[in-house]
Design a protein around this ligand. Structure first.
Ligand code: F6P
Length: 329
């Protein structure tokens, strides 16, 4: 029989993402609403191993819904990747009377939750928190919408210089191994092309872009490049270098947007998503769910087993690739 829950622990792990605070707030308040206690674990799994744990109250999460980053801080823990590290973490959960653990994070963080739940008697629930949007089973992850909007705002600004100087800009965006941010920001910013890891054909994506005759009708272009590389090759610098060597007639520049993509106030969309998922995580525990990620699909809350969510095979809709190709002529 499943253990009766009276205390939940919550942590954020991996890269911070806008909307994580809204999720912490939702989990905290929904748990308290249900009569449970909440313990905030600081610095992700690293803090769990080091017993950095404090009580959270309704007031602890006041005025946080609008803030970027994570009030619980975050880390990428090497020690938690070992069985010994996970055992220490489990012992601290027990010592603090935590009956269920809610993990807000991306692929690595949910893989960690899965390993912990497999090896020890602890219920884990995951909330998708990453700007990369690479978790299977949820249409959107917390932070993705905000990061997308940040990228589009930056690209709009770079466009002014691109058109004024008749330049080709290669703009590199985050996403780790996934191209969601690149593909969708390219559509939203009216870019001429996106180079993403999911569009793996034998045709060279740079050749494709150049051969579309982009320079015949336009004097400037923006190419959004996903940061992912294939066999160590890729990235905005790589493609810019190739254009410099193969098409020296073009004036090329590179912008790597970097960590500014992760910061800032969460969008209304991310705040609502985080609030819904956070509340649903407590409802899932009440229903007796364990070891699932809470996602949203077609605007409905769904429970996705960890094994599925972290498989790294969330596809990019081919229609999005087509839309960009058609509209960038
Ligand atoms: O997973 C979020 C993310 O921002 C990725 O897009 C990026 O590859 C990575 O984290 C960067 O990690 P760090 O902040 O540790 O450099």
């Amino acid at each position: 029989m499943a253990k009766r829950i009276s205390t939940v622990g919550i942590l954020t792990s991996g890269g911070d993402a806008p909307g994580m605070n809204a999720a912490i707030r939702a989990v905290t308040r929904a748990a308290i609403y249900n009569g449970w206690k909440v313990k905030g674990i600081y610095r992700g799994y690293e803090g769990l191993i080091n017993n950095e744990i404090k009580d959270l109250t309704t007031e602890s999460v006041s005025s946080t819904i609008q803030r970027g980053g994570t009030i619980l801080k975050t880390a990428r823990s090497e020690e938690f990747m070992t069985e010994a590290g996970r055992t220490k973490a489990y012992e601290n959960l027990v010592a603090n009377g935590i009956d269920a653990l809610i993990v807000i994070g991306g692929n690595g963080s949910l893989s960690g939750a899965q390993a912990l739940a497999q090896e020890h008697d602890i219920t884990c629930i995951g909330l998708p928190g990453t700007i990369d949007n690479d978790l299977y089973g949820t249409d959107s992850t917390i932070g993705y919408d905000t990061a997308l909007n940040t990228i589009v705002e930056c690209v709009d600004k770079i466009r002014d210089t691109a058109t004024s100087h008749d330049r080709i800009f290669f703009i590199e965006v985050m996403g780790r191994d996934a191209g969601f941010l690149a593909q969708n920001s390219a559509i939203a910013a009216g870019a001429e092309a996106a180079i993403i890891p999911e569009d793996q054909t034998d045709i060279d994506q740079l050749e494709q872009f150049i051969s579309r005759g982009v320079r015949k009708s336009k004097n400037s272009s923006i190419v959004i490049v996903a940061e992912a590389t294939k066999d160590g090759v890729g990235g905005a610098m790589h493609y810019a270098e190739r254009v410099r060597n193969e098409y020296p007639q073009y004036d090329v520049r590179v912008t790597i947007l970097g960590h500014l993509q992760r910061g800032g106030k969460p969008s209304a969309f991310d705040r609502i998503l985080a609030s819904r998922l956070g509340t649903a995580s407590i409802e899932a525990l009440i229903e007796g769910q364990r070891n699932v990620m809470i996602g949203i699909s077609n605007d409905q809350i769904v429970y996705v087993p960890f094994t599925k969510a972290i498989k790294k095979d969330k596809p990019i809709d081919k229609e999005l690739i087509n839309v960009l190709n058609v509209l960038s002529i």
